[in-house]
Design a protein around this ligand. Structure first.
Ligand SMILES: NC(=O)c1ccc[n+]([C@@H]2O[C@H](COP(=O)([O-])OP(=O)(O)OC[C@H]3O[C@@H](n4cnc5c(N)ncnc54)[C@H](O)[C@@H]3O)[C@@H](O)[C@H]2O)c1
Length: 261
């Protein structure tokens, strides 16, 4: 049976865990070739070895710190050199460290770290991916923002929320700018998803998790595979009229005023 991404080459950052890893698996199942970018080299090698068993040669791992322009350029060049094109960029790496909290307690160092990893990284990845896509006159960029880009969170992480607002605005602007050149750019806005990032955030404070959960109409956190399916859709030609969108996959959280108990 034909795959929904047959013939496409994708670059995925933050590919070794959570949403990125689930998307690597889903993309490979649908026929894509995928270059995984991450800082977790040991895990990267394991994932490629595991996927080689079922989909030989479909994946390659490359070390990338998404805050480093040279490494980011090399990541996208590796996709072109190894697999022949850059059709999909899922710019997804992000962090949510505990030092990023209320504005009253967050120092400049913590603020800057989160801006670099979550926002500057997306600028760098889009800048590196676009020349390949513009030359082909086709491509799909999906940048991971968050539901906190469209609404205030009761559990503040000031730099994280600001960074995701930046990712959303940048994605919208790029989507508009390149719409007539065959390149679509969308912002994936997940609700809270059950990944190591979320688990780390709530590990020390169960009350904080409960405060977030109460706002989700579906009454549960999302699963990484549910994000991967949305990214698959945005990456595929099925989404050919979708660009510059705020693509919320959030269990209804952004639509809720009060939630049923
Ligand atoms: N989990 C959630 O609830 C949630 C909700 C909304 C948005 N998001 C966003 O989704 C994205 C993925 O989050 P996740 O929950 O899957 O996280 P995760 O912690 O499970 O995975 C993040 C991955 O990014 C990698 N990474 C971290 N810093 C990096 C760097 N400098 N360079 C390259 N790779 C780096 C990590 O090694 C890891 O493999 C993030 O942008 C996050 O902000 C997550």
């Amino acid at each position: 049976m034909a795959g929904r991404l047959d013939g496409k080459v994708a670059v995925i950052t933050g590919a070794c865990s959570g949403i990125g890893l689930a998307t690597v698996r889903r993309f490979v199942e649908e026929g894509a070739k995928v270059v995984l970018g991450d800082i977790d080299d040991a895990r990267g090698a394991e994932v490629v070895a595991e996927l080689d068993a079922t989909h030989p040669g479909a994946t390659a791992y490359r070390h990338v710190d998404v805050t480093d322009p040279t490494e980011v350029e090399a990541l996208f060049a590796a996709a072109k050199d190894t697999f022949g094109s850059v059709d999909v960029a899922f710019n997804n790496a992000g962090i949510s460290p505990p030092q990023d909290d209320s504005i009253l307690d967050t120092d400049l160092e913590a603020w800057r770290l989160v801006q670099e990893v979550n926002l500057t990284s997306v600028y760098l990845c889009c800048k590196a991916a676009l020349p390949y896509m513009l030359e082909q006159q086709s491509g799909s960029i999906i940048n991971t923002a968050s539901f906190v880009a469209v609404m205030g969170a009761a559990t503040s992480q000031i730099s994280y929320s600001a960074s995701k607002g930046g990712v959303l605005s940048m994605s919208r602007e790029l989507g508009v700018q390149f719409a007539r050149q065959g390149v679509r750019v969308n912002a994936l806005c997940p609700g809270p998803v059950n990944t190591p990032l979320l688990q780390e955030l709530f590990a020390k404070d169960a009350g904080r998790a409960a405060r977030r959960l109460v706002h989700v109409p579906m009454g549960r956190f999302g699963e990484p595979e549910e994000m991967a399916n949305a990214v698959l859709f945005l990456a595929s030609d099925e989404a050919s009229f979708i660009t510059a969108s705020t693509f919320l996959v959030d269990g209804g959280i952004s639509g809720a005023y009060v939630t049923p108990l």
